[in-house]
Each structure stands twice: as C-alpha cells, then as structure tokens.
Design a protein around this ligand. Structure first.
Ligand code: NAD
Ligand code: LMR
Length: 339
C-alpha cells in the first residue's frame, strides 16, 4: 500500500502507525540548517523539485516560518518543520537523502579551516542522530570545512556501527558549477552544455579543476590555465570578500546543493548519473577521501570513476593536494576519536 493509504487505513482501524518507511518512489529529503543563508533558497529549490515527495526542514531557530512560507508553494512536496535538537530525530527519520548546510560561514580573512571549532561539533552531533534515526540515508554535507566534516560524520557513523562509505558525500558541486560558468564565459560556450570535472577537496589548493577534460573539447593556453585554476580555487573567497562580512556563497550554493540532491534522488530511483563528490575513495594513492566523478545509483556511490586522463599540470596539483587533504582528514578523525 502507498504510505498515505497505510496511514489512512490504520487511522480508520484504530491502529497507531509508529513509522512509515518512505519508498524510493516517494523520496523524503531532510534539510538540516534550513533557515540559513543557504538553507532557505535550497529549501525553495527542493520544494520545486518534482522528485521530492517530503521536504523536512530542520534548524535550531526560525524553521516554522520558513516551512509555512514554502508550504504555500503549489508543488507536490509535503513540507514539515522541525526545530531544535528534540525534533531532529523526526526530521531525519526515514529520510532517503539528508542535506546539511548547518553551521557558520566565513568572514573576510578567514580560511574554511577557521570554521572547524564551531562546525565540527555541529556536524558530529547531527551525524550521531542520523546514525540512530536514519542510518541508510544518503548524507550530503555542505558544512565547511568539507575536507574535515566528511571524515567527522564518517567516524561518528563508524562508532555507531552503521557506516557505509557509499552513502556519505562532501558537496563539491559548487566548484563544478563555477568552473563551468567561468569556462563557458571565457570560451563563449553554452554554459548549460559545458562540463568541467573538479577533483580533490573543497578548500584552496585541494580544489583541482580538470580543464583538460572540459566538454565540449576545448583548448586552453598555458596562460589561460594559469589564470583560471586559481580563480576557481579562490572563487569562494571572491564571494566572501564581495559580501564583506555578510557571509559566503548562498545562492550559487543553493543551486549546487539542489542539483546534487536531485542527482542523489535520481540515483535512488534507479537513474544512474555521474557527479563529482568528495567521498571515501581509493582513486588517489595515500589519501582516504578524494573528490572525483562518481556514478550514483540506488545505494549512493555505485562506482568511483577516478581522475581519468589528466595533464602534467593537473597531476602536479593532485600530488600537491594529498598532504593538505591528509592534514584536514586527520584533524576531523582526531576530533571524533578524542571525544
Ligand atoms: P548561515 O549562518 O546563513 O546559516 C547556517 C544555518 O545553520 C543557520 O540557520 C543556523 O541556525 C543553522 N545551525 C546552526 N547550528 C545548527 C545545528 N546544530 N543544527 C541545525 N542547524 C544549525 O550560513 P550559510 O551561509 O547557510 O552557510 C552554511 C555552511 O555552508 C557554512 O559552514 C559554509 O561555510 C558552508 N558552505 C559550503 C559550501 C560548499 O561548497 N560546500 C558553499 C557555501 C557555504
Ligand atoms: C564556497 O566555496 O563558496 C564555500 O566553501 C564558502 C566559503 O567559505 O568560501
């Protein structure tokens, strides 16, 4: 029986339904940090996604207002509001996909790692509840520093005995979106048809656009590569500086987050598709988490596609990213193991 009919049948027969498992046909997406700068526009885009059946909004403040507002949109997704730690379990219970933009953003002069002290604890505590309430959900982490928050969530799930490396993702889609925007602008390409994979991680030198793999096939001069690569690596800082203390990228991130969540849902529904994401990976020797194109399917990561054929310049950047990533990963792991 469809979940709705089950609830109705139970209600008329006097039975109490404790929990209705969402099927992959009616996906539930939980958004943690839903009232924030990213959370609100991301909630808007998820509410408009025809594949989302239930959108559960969670934050520590202001969730009822955001939920009331979004619930007046005439799309099919049912919206529920969950506020504060006591309501977190219900927000994530039976979720198919959990998207996490909860946590503080950068101000000018800060690195993403400067957010660790505040955001590490937030992600750890959210992951602990997910481990109990929704251990099979696909978890998409936006909260910075992504290079460390993905290992943090993974260690919490390991501790709880429910870790599945195929189900935990660091969202690096914004790096791909930016690369595609900058490349299409520079080369006069149709942005909607331009594809640029980005590998590594999501901070500074660990962000590695593979311009040599641009589709449609595009030639870049050495000078163009030497200018585009740092522009993509520093694009987050460009926004932080332009916002001058009012936060970091929210609108482009909402688009990127919605695109990635939609890809996860399509995968769950059996529509395999390829996205770049920061996941537990053996793609590059000597580092445990790395972003590459991955094939998404019903169980999350179906296949790690690796970095593919790269230029000598890109290989140097990949090699140089490993030490930095390992530092970020070790910091995240130590945070959970020491607690
Ligand atoms: P924001 O301050 O506008 O919003 C954050 C929201 O998180 C707030 O509504 C806050 O109440 C909520 N929150 C705080 N603690 C929480 C908790 N324990 N549980 C649930 N919600 C909680 O910040 P923002 O601009 O939306 O950015 C959020 C995060 O996303 C930051 O860490 C930022 O660095 C990161 N970010 C990542 C990317 C990326 O590409 N991965 C891009 C942009 C921003
Ligand atoms: C981004 O890339 O825009 C985000 O990681 C936010 C930031 O701090 O730069």
């Amino acid at each position: 029986l469809p979940a709705k009919n089950l609830v109705q049948a139970a209600a008329t027969s006097g039975l109490r339904v404790v929990s209705v498992r969402h099927s992959s046909q009616a996906p539930k997406v939980a958004l943690l940090g839903a009232a924030g700068g990213i959370g609100q526009p991301l909630g808007l885009l998820l509410k408009q996604d025809p594949l989302v059946a239930h959108l559960a909004l969670y934050d520590v403040v202001n969730t009822p207002g955001v939920a009331a507002d979004l619930s007046h949109i005439d799309s099919n997704a049912k919206v529920t509001a969950h506020t504060g730690p006591k309501e977190l379990f219900a927000a994530v219970e039976n979720a198919d996909v959990i998207v996490i933009p909860a946590g503080v953003p950068r101000k000018p002069g800060m690195t993403r790692d400067d957010l660790f002290n505040t955001n590490a604890g937030i992600v750890r505590d959210l992951a602990a509840v997910i481990a109990k309430a929704s251990p099979k959900a696909l978890i998409a982490i936006i909260t910075n520093p992504v290079n460390s928050t993905v290992p943090i969530a993974s260690e919490v799930l390991k501790k709880a005995g429910v870790y599945d490396p195929k189900r935990v993702f660091g969202v690096t889609t914004l790096d791909v979106v930016r690369s595609q925007a900058f490349v299409s602008e520079l080369k006069g390409l149709d942005a909607s048809k331009t594809v640029v994979p980005v590998v590594g991680g999501h901070a500074g030198i660990t962000i590695i656009p593979l311009l040599s793999q641009t589709k449609p096939a595009t030639k870049f001069t050495d000078d163009e590569i030497a200018k585009l690569t740092p522009r993509i690596q520093d694009a987050g800082t460009e926004v932080v500086n332009a916002k001058a203390g009012a936060g970091s990228a929210t609108l482009s991130m909402a688009l990127a987050g919605a695109r990635f969540a939609n890809a996860l849902v399509r995968g769950i529904k059996g529509e395999k598709n390829v996205q770049c994401a920061y996941v537990a990976s053996d793609a590059v020797k000597g580092v445990e988490y790395f972003s590459t194109p991955v094939e998404l399917g019903p169980n999350g990561v179906e296949k790690i596609l690796g970095v593919g054929k790269v230029s000598a310049y890109e290989q140097k950047l990949i090699d140089a990213s490993v030490a930095e990533l390992n530092k970020n990963i070790a910091k995240g792991v130590a945070f959970v193991k020491g607690n």
